[in-house]
Design a protein around this ligand. Sequence first.
Ligand SMILES: [Ca+2]
Length: 269
Amino acid sequence: MKLKNFYHLHGHRLKVSPQATLEVAKDVKCTVSCMRNEDCFSFNVKKISSNLFLCELLNTSKFLDSDNLTRDENFAHWYLQEPCNPLLCGDESQGKCVIDSDGTAVSCNCSEKYEAKRCEIRIYDAKRNYALNKPTTASVRDYISQRAVDGNSNSNWYGNSCYETLYEPVPHWWRVNFEEEIQVARVVITNRGDCCGDRLSNFGIKIGNSLKENGVTNPACGETHLAVPQGQTKTFACSPPMKGQYLVIHSFLTDRPMVFCEVQAYAYP
Ligand SMILES: [Ca+2]
């Protein structure tokens, strides 16, 4: 971003909430501050006194938020000549910034998973179980950890669709990898039914991006000490919805194994 790329409109202010407000001795310092901040795309400047200026650094532009460009004799609005900085349309969402034919407005072409003006809202499939068939790992008996996301909620151990740790080692944990950061609002867990229901009577659900201590240190979804009665399926709400690539189930019990037959994760309540 170069100084010369900025143009200005006297008597105008882009009226959006600023990402930062500064008071500076020279208005050129607003330009420098905006250039140093990669999320700054434009700014408003107001003269407060002979040697003091107020600048409002903005993370949007007059092209994208043209409805908010207002007449204000006290301000000047500074904007980029080339408004299609890749960050403008969501750096995570891979949106593409497109200038209209007369060069007065910008729109964002969002990738399929995103929407909204700046492609900042991720769209999830409300019916999709995001844990289904995703890679899993566990503190022990890794080779059967996948059973908990095989799409089969059969609660009979002999149906070969449940996961269970051994008595040792402790603590017990199991983890599914969504392979991307998603939003989780609801976790549905089915306990074993043919016996041993108390093996899922004091556990926690963790969601986040950390693998520290096998992911157990991630934030908790819902209450800390959870239980599912033998043979039943229970829904746990993460409210507000939580973001993360990993979902971990860990037991606080050290005198018995941990068992469950299916774990489902949904993006909406
Ligand atoms: Ca299963």
